[in-house]
Design a protein around this ligand. Structure first.
Ligand code: HPA
Length: 271
């Protein structure tokens, strides 16, 4: 990755009318409906943006959408890049750097995740307070990383505390039950074995998924405040594990989505 590539990606988007967005939003699997609420949308398909990785998984539509949401200029990623699609972590986080280059001041992230904390139920929303990177790599492990920010990035509070407090207050006010916890990221695409779910719980995670952590690391590298939520789509009980049902995971994400959209929209008003 070079600064010149980032500048070319950004110039393409600016030329299309992506004018000074204040906020970036990443929408996870089964969580694309917020897009319908964007006013005066301008779309850019990932495969048209110079130097962008190509979208592959069929249920990810793969585009950046610029427009207005709750009176604020936003840029939304509908569909993201995952390590399990064969991308390296520098590609996975490239769009975050592009949105930063476009001028965003805050980043919201969503994902679908499995609940390993069995007090949490499918259909719950979990505010991510911290994470464990189990992807075996870093989006900052490249030669010229220091050209883009610090090489040794502090991760003592990777999820912005101010936004977390606001999300908690909004959830209370709007009667949305909100769990809080630690998200562990794995590579995937295979789901976890019983033994792996046991381990993930044992090391201190409440939820597990295949995304978000690289994006959050890149955001911290950019000193970009980030807020992230998981929509819990399955209960990962190693003592009673049922075969995975991807259609159900996507369906649960879709059913829970309105609560997530409400949280996001209220938070947009407050930042
Ligand atoms: N593991 C990993 N990723 C997931 C899961 C899971 O159980 N559920 C939804 N995404």
């Amino acid at each position: 990755m070079t600064l010149k590539q980032l500048e070319e990606s950004t110039a393409y988007l600016k030329h299309k009318g992506f004018d000074a967005p204040e906020l970036g939003i990443v929408l996870g699997t089964g969580l694309g409906k917020l897009v319908a609420e964007i006013e005066n949308p301008i779309e850019a398909h990932y495969n048209h943006i110079p130097f962008f990785p190509l979208a592959t998984v069929e249920f990810h539509t793969g585009k950046l959408i610029y427009g207005t949401l709750e009176g604020k200029k936003v840029v939304v990623m509908q569909g993201r890049f995952h390590m399990y699609e064969g991308y390296d972590l520098i590609d996975v986080t490239y769009p975050i750097r592009v949105m930063h280059q476009l001028g965003i001041k805050n980043l919201f992230i969503s994902n679908a995740a499995g609940a390993v904390n069995l007090n949490f139920k499918k259909g719950d929303i979990m505010l991510i307070e911290d994470h464990i990177n189990l992807q075996g790599g870093s989006p900052l492990a490249f030669k010229n990383v220091a050209e883009f920010g610090d090489r040794f990035v502090d991760m003592s509070e990777p999820y912005d505390l101010k936004m977390r407090k606001k999300v908690e207050a909004i959830a209370k006010r709007e009667n949305i039950s909100l769990q809080k916890g630690v998200y562990a990221s794995v590579v995937g695409p295979q789901l976890e074995t019983k033994a792996e779910y046991r381990m993930i719980k044992l090391i201190g995670a409440d939820a597990v998924g295949m995304s978000t952590v690289p994006e959050v690391i890149a955001a911290n590298h950019l000193r970009l405040p980030v807020m992230a939520v998981s929509v819990l789509t399955d209960e990962c009980d190693p003592d009673n594990l049922k075969p995975v049902n991807i259609a159900e995971i996507i369906a649960i994400a879709g059913e829970t989505e309105p609560k997530m959209i409400k949280l996001f929209k209220e938070l947009i008003k407050e930042i």
